[in-house]
Design a protein around this ligand. Structure first.
Ligand code: PHE
Length: 360
């Protein structure tokens, strides 16, 4: 018994002294392995008297379990130590200074969307969205385009090849040529009063310095009782003031034709081109800004709205063009070329606030 106590103490000390997993494993083999000290004593049980064997057997089993526990605890402790050491050495230095040349920035188009949305939100407009892939009903029919209107021609509109003519003309699908499609969705889905803007990509078969096959439009729709041209004018003049930061400027609503509005107009603002540079808001020249008009009664009817009860106005402008005018970008095509130098020059910092000069 005395020997066993000594042995236990000895092994426990060895376990305590082991300072890595290999050393601990050595201790384990020397005590509990096939030729280990404890195993050796177990083997002597066979030559004992039954009474003594029983007593010693119990004592030895207990000793074995105690030693195994001590070893297991030590193993846990060593593993934790190893992990702590690894965590210390493998630490990633997150204090590395940022590389400013790789900093992201806001595309001028996104900036324009932010600014325009903020201005119209101040006037109580919500933002509506619709799909880029449309049918002829939403792009043309509902908007009062006659069946033979030139805009429907193949060379202006991108039709989707797999649906071309398949289920008759009405089922043909196309890439929307204007955001007016969203007006139809909004009028079909919501009851007046309606006050929404729509912004997004539109597609036409065109390519030069001022036309790209994909570009962006901003459109607005107001439907309520007793809405008239005065509301249209006031709303658009306020928008131009806020967006371009102009206090006062010459403005004219020049009669025009759109199938979906009656009367229709184009809004021009005064500008000066005499110095070889465009100055907005003053001078003897005119700059066309957007299209607008009172929603045609047929369009209201096509969307289930009674034109005797409700009237409204709509307007639409090229979003890219508004951005070009405001930020002084000369070529539309550059918007869609991923040229980092261009982006560095024309883009905005992530924290630049949209300007909101509208105070009405
Ligand atoms: N949808 C017209 C276009 O693409 C713009 C517009 C919208 C004009 C709403 C009047 C009213 O040219």
């Amino acid at each position: 018994m005395q020997n066993l106590d000594n042995l236990k103490q000895e092994i426990t000390q060895e376990v305590a002294a082991a300072n890595d997993m290999n050393a601990l494993e050595d201790v384990r083999v020397r005590a509990l392995g096939k030729k280990g000290s404890v195993t050796g004593i177990m083997k002597t049980l066979g030559g004992m008297e039954p009474e003594q064997r029983k007593e010693m057997g119990q004592t030895l089993n207990l000793l074995k379990t105690e030693i195994a526990n001590v070893i297991d605890n030590k193993a846990e402790e060593l593993k934790k130590k190893e992990l702590d050491a690894r965590l210390k050495t493998e630490k990633i230095d997150i204090t590395l200074s940022p590389r400013f040349e790789r900093r992201g920035s806001v595309h001028p188009l996104s900036q324009a969307i932010e600014e325009i949305t903020a201005i119209f939100a101040d006037m109580g407009f919500s933002v509506a969205e619709g799909p880029d892939i449309e049918d002829e009903f939403h792009n043309f029919d509902a908007l009062n385009f006659p069946p033979n209107h030139p805009a429907r021609q193949m060379h202006d509109t991108f039709y989707l090849p797999d649906h071309e003519g398949q289920d008759g003309d009405e089922a043909r699908r196309l890439l929307r040529t204007h955001t007016s499609t969203v007006q139809i969705h909004v009028m079909q889905e919501t009851k007046p009063p309606i006050k929404s803007i729509m912004l997004g990509k539109v597609y036409r078969s065109d390519y030069d310095a001022t036309h790209t096959p994909m570009f962006h439009q901003i459109e607005g729709l107001v439907i309520d009782k007793n809405i008239h041209m005065g509301h249209l004018k006031g709303c658009l003049i306020d928008f131009i003031k806020a967006f371009f930061g102009l206090d006062d400027f010459p403005v004219r609503f020049r009669p025009h034709y759109f199938p979906f509005t009656e009367p229709s107009a184009e809004m021009d603002i005064g500008c000066d081109r005499s110095g070889g540079k465009l100055v907005m808001g003053e001078g003897n020249d005119w700059l066309e800004i957007l299209g607008c008009g009172m929603v045609h009664p047929n369009v209201l009817k096509n969307c289930g709205i009674n034109p005797d009860e409700y009237q409204g106005f709509a307007f639409g402008a090229g979003l890219d063009r508004l951005a070009m005018l405001k930020y002084g970008i000369p070529d539309l095509r550059t918007f869609f070329e991923p040229d980092l130098r261009w982006l560095q020059h024309y883009s905005f910092g992530p924290y630049d606030q949209p300007n909101r000069t509208f105070k009405g």
